[in-house]
Design a protein around this ligand. Structure first.
Ligand code: PXP
Length: 245
Protein backbone atom coordinates (compact mmCIF):
# COMPACT_ATOMS: atom_id res chain seq x y z
CA UNK A 1 0.00 0.00 0.00
CA UNK A 2 1.28 3.44 -0.92
CA UNK A 3 1.52 6.09 1.78
CA UNK A 4 1.39 9.66 0.48
CA UNK A 5 2.15 12.35 3.02
CA UNK A 6 0.33 15.68 2.79
CA UNK A 7 2.65 18.49 3.92
CA UNK A 8 0.25 21.46 3.58
CA UNK A 9 0.47 22.27 7.27
CA UNK A 10 4.23 22.70 7.16
CA UNK A 11 3.40 25.66 4.92
CA UNK A 12 0.59 26.66 7.28
CA UNK A 13 3.16 27.21 10.04
CA UNK A 14 5.38 29.21 7.69
CA UNK A 15 2.49 31.38 6.51
CA UNK A 16 1.42 32.04 10.12
CA UNK A 17 4.60 34.05 10.49
CA UNK A 18 5.06 35.14 6.87
CA UNK A 19 8.62 33.86 7.13
CA UNK A 20 10.60 31.37 5.06
CA UNK A 21 10.61 28.48 7.52
CA UNK A 22 9.66 25.66 7.90
CA UNK A 23 10.42 24.71 4.31
CA UNK A 24 8.02 22.23 2.63
CA UNK A 25 10.85 20.95 0.41
CA UNK A 26 12.83 19.91 3.49
CA UNK A 27 9.69 18.36 4.95
CA UNK A 28 9.14 16.36 1.76
CA UNK A 29 12.69 15.01 1.85
CA UNK A 30 12.29 13.98 5.50
CA UNK A 31 8.94 12.34 4.74
CA UNK A 32 10.56 10.37 1.94
CA UNK A 33 13.36 9.23 4.27
CA UNK A 34 10.64 8.06 6.68
CA UNK A 35 9.04 5.91 3.99
CA UNK A 36 6.56 8.12 2.10
CA UNK A 37 5.78 6.83 -1.39
CA UNK A 38 4.56 10.23 -2.48
CA UNK A 39 4.15 13.84 -1.39
CA UNK A 40 0.77 15.55 -1.51
CA UNK A 41 0.05 19.27 -1.44
CA UNK A 42 -3.12 21.28 -2.00
CA UNK A 43 -2.73 24.49 -3.98
CA UNK A 44 -5.80 26.35 -2.79
CA UNK A 45 -7.30 29.31 -4.61
CA UNK A 46 -6.80 31.40 -1.46
CA UNK A 47 -3.13 30.23 -1.18
CA UNK A 48 -3.55 29.96 2.59
CA UNK A 49 -0.68 27.48 2.92
CA UNK A 50 1.03 26.06 -0.17
CA UNK A 51 2.17 28.71 -2.68
CA UNK A 52 2.79 28.36 -6.41
CA UNK A 53 6.54 28.52 -5.81
CA UNK A 54 6.28 25.59 -3.36
CA UNK A 55 4.65 23.42 -6.00
CA UNK A 56 7.35 24.34 -8.53
CA UNK A 57 10.12 23.60 -6.00
CA UNK A 58 8.53 20.31 -4.92
CA UNK A 59 8.00 19.25 -8.53
CA UNK A 60 11.77 19.56 -9.00
CA UNK A 61 12.90 18.20 -5.62
CA UNK A 62 10.62 15.28 -4.84
CA UNK A 63 12.27 11.91 -5.50
CA UNK A 64 9.05 9.93 -5.15
CA UNK A 65 5.99 11.42 -6.85
CA UNK A 66 3.97 14.58 -6.40
CA UNK A 67 0.20 14.41 -5.92
CA UNK A 68 -1.32 17.87 -6.37
CA UNK A 69 -4.73 18.41 -4.80
CA UNK A 70 -6.74 21.13 -6.46
CA UNK A 71 -10.20 22.54 -6.84
CA UNK A 72 -11.57 22.75 -10.37
CA UNK A 73 -11.01 26.52 -10.75
CA UNK A 74 -9.68 27.11 -14.28
CA UNK A 75 -6.70 29.16 -13.03
CA UNK A 76 -5.51 26.33 -10.77
CA UNK A 77 -6.16 23.69 -13.41
CA UNK A 78 -3.96 25.66 -15.84
CA UNK A 79 -1.16 25.79 -13.26
CA UNK A 80 -1.44 22.04 -12.67
CA UNK A 81 -1.41 21.28 -16.37
CA UNK A 82 1.72 23.39 -16.76
CA UNK A 83 3.54 21.84 -13.77
CA UNK A 84 2.60 18.27 -14.63
CA UNK A 85 2.62 16.54 -11.24
CA UNK A 86 2.42 12.74 -11.38
CA UNK A 87 -1.14 12.86 -10.05
CA UNK A 88 -3.85 15.49 -9.67
CA UNK A 89 -6.59 14.89 -7.12
CA UNK A 90 -9.64 17.06 -7.75
CA UNK A 91 -11.37 18.17 -4.55
CA UNK A 92 -14.29 20.47 -3.75
CA UNK A 93 -13.06 23.76 -2.34
CA UNK A 94 -14.99 26.32 -0.36
CA UNK A 95 -13.33 29.53 0.65
CA UNK A 96 -14.29 29.57 4.29
CA UNK A 97 -13.77 25.89 5.09
CA UNK A 98 -11.05 24.88 7.56
CA UNK A 99 -10.27 21.78 5.53
CA UNK A 100 -11.87 19.93 2.61
CA UNK A 101 -15.32 19.22 3.96
CA UNK A 102 -16.96 16.67 1.70
CA UNK A 103 -16.31 14.82 -1.52
CA UNK A 104 -17.18 15.96 -5.03
CA UNK A 105 -20.85 15.29 -5.80
CA UNK A 106 -20.25 14.80 -9.54
CA UNK A 107 -23.80 15.70 -10.55
CA UNK A 108 -24.72 18.28 -13.16
CA UNK A 109 -23.40 21.25 -11.23
CA UNK A 110 -19.92 19.75 -11.19
CA UNK A 111 -19.42 20.81 -14.81
CA UNK A 112 -16.15 22.44 -13.79
CA UNK A 113 -14.86 19.06 -12.64
CA UNK A 114 -15.61 17.57 -16.04
CA UNK A 115 -13.89 20.52 -17.70
CA UNK A 116 -10.82 20.03 -15.49
CA UNK A 117 -10.29 16.35 -16.24
CA UNK A 118 -9.60 16.74 -19.97
CA UNK A 119 -6.64 19.18 -19.88
CA UNK A 120 -4.99 17.27 -17.02
CA UNK A 121 -5.40 13.91 -18.74
CA UNK A 122 -4.11 15.41 -21.99
CA UNK A 123 -0.88 16.25 -20.15
CA UNK A 124 -0.52 12.62 -18.96
CA UNK A 125 -1.41 13.53 -15.38
CA UNK A 126 -3.15 10.72 -13.51
CA UNK A 127 -6.49 12.18 -12.33
CA UNK A 128 -8.15 11.09 -9.09
CA UNK A 129 -11.49 12.40 -7.79
CA UNK A 130 -12.04 12.92 -4.05
CA UNK A 131 -15.54 11.61 -3.30
CA UNK A 132 -17.64 10.32 -0.44
CA UNK A 133 -17.98 6.54 -0.10
CA UNK A 134 -21.30 6.60 -1.93
CA UNK A 135 -22.01 4.01 -4.61
CA UNK A 136 -23.84 6.34 -7.02
CA UNK A 137 -21.05 8.90 -6.83
CA UNK A 138 -18.55 6.13 -7.59
CA UNK A 139 -20.58 5.19 -10.66
CA UNK A 140 -20.50 8.84 -11.78
CA UNK A 141 -16.72 8.92 -11.31
CA UNK A 142 -16.34 5.74 -13.36
CA UNK A 143 -18.49 7.27 -16.10
CA UNK A 144 -16.14 10.25 -16.26
CA UNK A 145 -13.34 7.92 -17.31
CA UNK A 146 -10.81 8.79 -14.59
CA UNK A 147 -8.37 6.08 -13.48
CA UNK A 148 -8.72 6.66 -9.72
CA UNK A 149 -10.86 7.93 -6.87
CA UNK A 150 -9.97 8.92 -3.32
CA UNK A 151 -12.59 7.93 -0.76
CA UNK A 152 -13.26 10.56 1.90
CA UNK A 153 -12.58 8.94 5.28
CA UNK A 154 -13.82 11.95 7.29
CA UNK A 155 -17.00 10.33 8.59
CA UNK A 156 -15.02 7.24 9.61
CA UNK A 157 -12.48 9.47 11.39
CA UNK A 158 -15.27 11.13 13.36
CA UNK A 159 -17.23 8.03 14.30
CA UNK A 160 -14.83 5.05 14.47
CA UNK A 161 -14.75 4.92 18.28
CA UNK A 162 -18.53 4.49 18.51
CA UNK A 163 -19.58 2.53 15.45
CA UNK A 164 -18.15 0.52 12.59
CA UNK A 165 -20.82 1.64 10.12
CA UNK A 166 -18.51 4.13 8.39
CA UNK A 167 -15.80 1.49 8.04
CA UNK A 168 -18.28 -0.91 6.47
CA UNK A 169 -19.37 1.85 4.08
CA UNK A 170 -15.73 2.42 3.08
CA UNK A 171 -15.15 -1.30 2.50
CA UNK A 172 -18.32 -1.56 0.40
CA UNK A 173 -17.41 1.55 -1.59
CA UNK A 174 -13.84 0.33 -2.18
CA UNK A 175 -15.05 -3.03 -3.51
CA UNK A 176 -17.66 -1.31 -5.70
CA UNK A 177 -15.08 1.08 -7.16
CA UNK A 178 -12.52 -1.65 -7.79
CA UNK A 179 -15.16 -3.75 -9.57
CA UNK A 180 -15.68 -0.78 -11.90
CA UNK A 181 -11.98 -0.67 -12.71
CA UNK A 182 -11.11 2.33 -10.55
CA UNK A 183 -7.93 2.49 -8.48
CA UNK A 184 -9.00 3.25 -4.90
CA UNK A 185 -7.26 5.78 -2.67
CA UNK A 186 -8.46 7.04 0.73
CA UNK A 187 -7.77 9.82 3.17
CA UNK A 188 -8.84 12.54 5.59
CA UNK A 189 -8.63 12.48 9.36
CA UNK A 190 -6.48 9.34 9.56
CA UNK A 191 -4.24 8.99 12.62
CA UNK A 192 -1.98 6.40 14.26
CA UNK A 193 -5.03 5.28 16.23
CA UNK A 194 -7.54 4.83 13.44
CA UNK A 195 -5.49 4.08 10.31
CA UNK A 196 -5.21 0.31 10.54
CA UNK A 197 -8.80 -0.77 9.80
CA UNK A 198 -8.75 1.41 6.66
CA UNK A 199 -5.30 0.17 5.63
CA UNK A 200 -6.62 -3.39 5.92
CA UNK A 201 -9.31 -2.86 3.24
CA UNK A 202 -7.72 -4.83 0.40
CA UNK A 203 -9.01 -2.71 -2.52
CA UNK A 204 -7.47 0.49 -1.16
CA UNK A 205 -4.02 0.98 -2.63
CA UNK A 206 -3.07 4.50 -1.50
CA UNK A 207 -3.57 6.57 1.64
CA UNK A 208 -3.18 10.35 1.86
CA UNK A 209 -2.42 11.52 5.38
CA UNK A 210 -1.49 15.03 6.46
CA UNK A 211 -2.62 16.75 9.62
CA UNK A 212 -1.87 13.99 12.10
CA UNK A 213 1.58 13.26 10.68
CA UNK A 214 2.55 16.94 10.69
CA UNK A 215 1.19 17.24 14.26
CA UNK A 216 3.30 14.31 15.43
CA UNK A 217 6.29 15.68 13.54
CA UNK A 218 6.37 18.59 15.99
CA UNK A 219 7.36 16.15 18.71
CA UNK A 220 9.03 13.34 16.78
CA UNK A 221 10.47 15.01 13.71
CA UNK A 222 8.97 14.43 10.27
CA UNK A 223 11.04 11.38 9.42
CA UNK A 224 10.06 9.47 12.56
CA UNK A 225 6.42 10.63 12.39
CA UNK A 226 6.16 9.16 8.89
CA UNK A 227 8.08 6.01 9.85
CA UNK A 228 5.52 5.26 12.59
CA UNK A 229 2.60 5.67 10.20
CA UNK A 230 4.40 3.57 7.59
CA UNK A 231 4.90 0.75 10.13
CA UNK A 232 1.22 0.78 11.17
CA UNK A 233 0.03 0.74 7.57
CA UNK A 234 2.40 -2.08 6.61
CA UNK A 235 1.45 -4.10 9.69
CA UNK A 236 -2.29 -3.80 8.96
CA UNK A 237 -1.72 -4.79 5.36
CA UNK A 238 0.38 -7.85 6.23
CA UNK A 239 -2.12 -8.97 8.83
CA UNK A 240 -4.95 -8.58 6.27
CA UNK A 241 -3.02 -10.57 3.66
CA UNK A 242 -2.26 -13.26 6.23
CA UNK A 243 -5.91 -13.69 7.19
CA UNK A 244 -6.95 -13.90 3.54
CA UNK A 245 -9.15 -10.79 3.70
N1 PXP B 1 -7.11 13.77 1.02
C1 PXP B 1 -7.66 14.94 0.62
C2 PXP B 1 -8.32 14.99 -0.72
C3 PXP B 1 -7.58 16.09 1.42
O1 PXP B 1 -8.12 17.23 1.00
C4 PXP B 1 -6.89 16.01 2.65
C5 PXP B 1 -6.77 17.24 3.49
O2 PXP B 1 -5.94 18.14 2.87
C6 PXP B 1 -6.32 14.78 3.01
C7 PXP B 1 -6.47 13.68 2.20
C8 PXP B 1 -5.55 14.63 4.28
O3 PXP B 1 -6.37 14.82 5.37
P1 PXP B 1 -5.71 14.98 6.81
O4 PXP B 1 -4.90 16.24 6.76
O5 PXP B 1 -6.88 15.04 7.71
O6 PXP B 1 -4.84 13.76 7.01
Amino acid sequence: MRLYVNIDHVATVREARGADEPDPVQAAAAAERGGADGITVHLREDRRHIQDADVRALRAAVHSVLNLELGAAPEIVRIAARLRPFQATLVPERRREITTEGGLALHGSDARVRAAIAPLTARDIRVSLFIDPDLRTIDRAAALGVPAIELHTGRYAQTWRKSNAALRALARAAAHARARGLAVHAGHGLTYENVQPVAAIPEIEELNIGHSIVSNAIFLGMEEAVRRMRALVDEARERGAGSGT
